[in-house]
Ligand binder design. Structure first.
Ligand code: FHN
Length: 607
């Protein structure tokens, strides 16, 4: 991490600690980690530069693959023991059927590598307690209890080293098989309880297994999970973290070793400084990233982590590629999951998508690896990542929505533009670029070379200078005012991020209100819509100048289940700054969450 990043890191952290309501303690001040910021930066460097890794959920649950006693079992595949309430002695029998004869470590690593992934995190032991490695701590492992009889992790670790990927291991604290823990109820294993007199025994068991993983696989990251049972405490996490860093000082450990996940996306919240080197938002991308800390968003490709034979709800390659970009533009890593079959094969649809991702990454990976977060709050056409360079900066402009007029505006950028070209263009054919009062404009080809995402490289002079800009209209005249760009007035109303939230919320007091200021370049009549979520119907007024529209937010049953509400028409006759206020109708007020307000030119065709 270069000096500039450290400098900005410090400035950012200090500023955030004063405004964020949560405190990110600088390295060196942490009770559980006395290394300096510079030492942390050295330790984290490969992980930060990597940006993209493979998550692998593999174990006995791949044998039933979502079906038990002829019935399809709801929920994620690796939870079948809990969801189908399978007695331990019945579940154990699956070990005798686990024989992944088609497992080919070299092929798995090649698939990950060709997809552009730089590390691999595999379940060494999931909640069911079965180990994919040879352990002296229990016979409930693939060597002693399965016909396969070989350590799966060591061969994968060796192949990763051979092909240049970092090998990392997931480890579940909650263990549905270990006798020190017992099921939470007669129906569910989750969350376990612990026999108080056997908790120390379990910690020793953990330490023994974790040391095995370090000794036999030299794992680079320990990715803990299953930390939520009440009996597992933050101080237990600190004990294990200290133990592991003593054994391997270069080791990286996620925040689920302690209780950090219960903070916002596992951030240090309030005065509590949770143990762990990075935050772990799951199945989501925090709307504004997690400024000031390292974080990794883990996600399935379909709807399950562990293999289910009938889960074919696959995300598109476009979605997956844009997720990589979105996450990198917010300064995070993307850990994308595969759930191999009991035979040892990565499912075909996963391999297909990883191949498509790899083709994009081969041409554009430079715009993801070792980059820093976007300096822009919002870009209507896509995302941005940056790299500092000798006497300036390189911006990677990831364009999802190609400008119809061929003019790509980088709003608020005040640096002198030096050079622009398409990243995928080996000839680096120069694109015309100029500074304007709105920012820097790049003249791009009429058609987007890559419909999923075309990357325009823009090199500028001097340290980045970006002025905040107002939300502005897209080329087709549409403008979407997002919650993150709103100004909230009042005591409780506020912008909510994370945990699938990206909205104005806590609108409990009808005297609170919210406004946006935005820029109009294409005046006219607009149809207006709002995205709202509510458990009761709250009436409100939308005010632009002397025009007011009244509406009522419908009940959606949940504050994170949004619906789009058509509000009517508003005319904005002037170009320049415009202001929109949304106020509660106090009589009979019922709170609702507001995600966005969209103005579409009246008469525009639905896309
Ligand atoms: O319960 C697990 C789940 O099975 C899966 O391993 C995910 C992946 O992060 N972690 C837990 C749920 O948060």
């Amino acid at each position: 991490m270069n000096a500039r990043r450290i400098f900005f890191g410090v400035v950012l952290l200090v500023s955030l600690s004063s405004i964020g309501g949560w405190r990110h303690v600088l390295a060196g001040e942490k009770e559980w980690n006395k290394e300096t910021q510079a030492e942390t930066d050295v330790r984290m460097k490969w992980w930060r530069d990597a940006r993209f890794g493979m998550f692998i959920h593999w174990g006995l649950y791949a044998v039933p693959a979502g079906t038990w006693n002829g019935q399809r079992v709801d929920g994620i595949g690796e939870w079948i023991m809990d969801r189908a309430n399978i007695p331990v002695e019945d579940y154990e029998k699956l070990a005798g059927k686990f024989n992944p004869v088609k497992f080919d470590a070299a092929e798995w690593v090649r698939i990950a590598k060709d997809a552009g992934m730089k590390y691999m995190v595999i379940t060494s032991k999931h909640h069911d307690g079965f180990c994919l490695f040879d352990s002296d701590a229990t016979d409930y492992n693939v060597v002693d209890a399965s016909p396969y009889g070989k350590d799966l992790l060591q061969s994968l670790a060796a192949e990763c080293r051979k092909q240049g990927l970092k090998f990392c291991t997931y480890y579940s604290i909650m263990d549905w098989h270990h006798p020190a823990q017992y099921r939470g109820s007669d129906k569910r294993y989750n969350p376990t309880k612990v026999h108080p007199e056997r908790k120390a025994e379990y910690l020793d068991f953990m330490k023994k297994q974790l040391k095995e993983l370090l000794d036999t696989c030299d794992t680079e990251v320990l990715w803990f999970d299953g930390e939520w049972p009440a009996w597992w405490l933050e101080e237990d996490g600190r004990e294990i973290y200290a133990y592991l860093r003593e054994l391997k000082p270069a080791l990286i450990v996620n925040n689920r070793i302690g209780k950090g996940r219960k903070g916002m996306e596992g951030l240090n919240k309030g005065d509590q400084d949770y143990v762990g080197d990075f935050g772990t938002p799951e199945q989501q991308i925090p709307a504004t990233g997690l400024p000031g800390v390292d974080w990794e968003s883990c996600m399935t490709m379909n709807r399950t982590w562990g293999y289910k034979s009938f889960d074919n709800d696959w995300k598109s390659s476009e979605t997956l590629i844009r997720n990589i970009i979105d996450i990198a533009s917010k300064g995070g890593n993307y850990l994308l999951n595969v759930g191999p079959t009991a035979e040892g094969l990565i499912p075909g649809p996963s391999v297909e998508r990883l191949g498509e991702i790899g083709r994009w990454m081969k041409a554009n990976g430079e715009s993801v690896y070792a980059t820093e977060a976007s300096p822009f709050k919002r870009l209507v056409w896509g995302r941005c990542t940056t790299k500092a360079c000798e006497d300036g900066a390189t911006l990677y402009l990831h364009v999802f929505d190609w400008p119809a007029d061929g003019q790509l505006l980088v709003p608020g950028l005040r640096n002198k533009p030096e050079q622009a070209y398409l990243l995928a263009d080996d000839a680096k054919k120069a694109l015309a670029v100029q500074a304007s009062d709105q920012g820097v404009v790049v003249a791009v080809p009429a058609e987007a070379p890559d419909p999923i995402c075309t990357v325009v490289v823009l090199k500028v002079k001097g340290p980045l200078k970006v002025e905040p800009t107002l939300p502005s209209q897209q080329a087709d005249g549409t403008i979407k005012l997002r919650a993150a760009d709103a100004i909230c007035h009042g005591h409780q109303i506020r912008y909510e991020a994370g945990h699938q939230r990206d909205n104005v919320g806590f609108w409990l007091d009808p005297n609170d209100w919210v406004e946006w200021t935005f820029r109009i370049t294409q005046p006219g009549k607009f149809t207006v819509s709002a995205e709202t979520a509510a458990t009761g119907s709250g009436s409100f007024e939308l005010i632009v100048g002397d025009q007011t529209i009244g509406a009522t937010a419908p009940t959606t049953g949940d504050y994170s289940r949004f619906t789009t509400l058509e509000l009517g028409q508003i005319e904005i006759a002037q170009t320049g700054k415009a202001c929109l206020a949304v106020k509660a109708v106090k009589e009979g007020w019922k709170p609702f969450n507001l995600k966005s307000i969209t103005f579409k030119p009246a008469g525009a065709r639905e896309k």
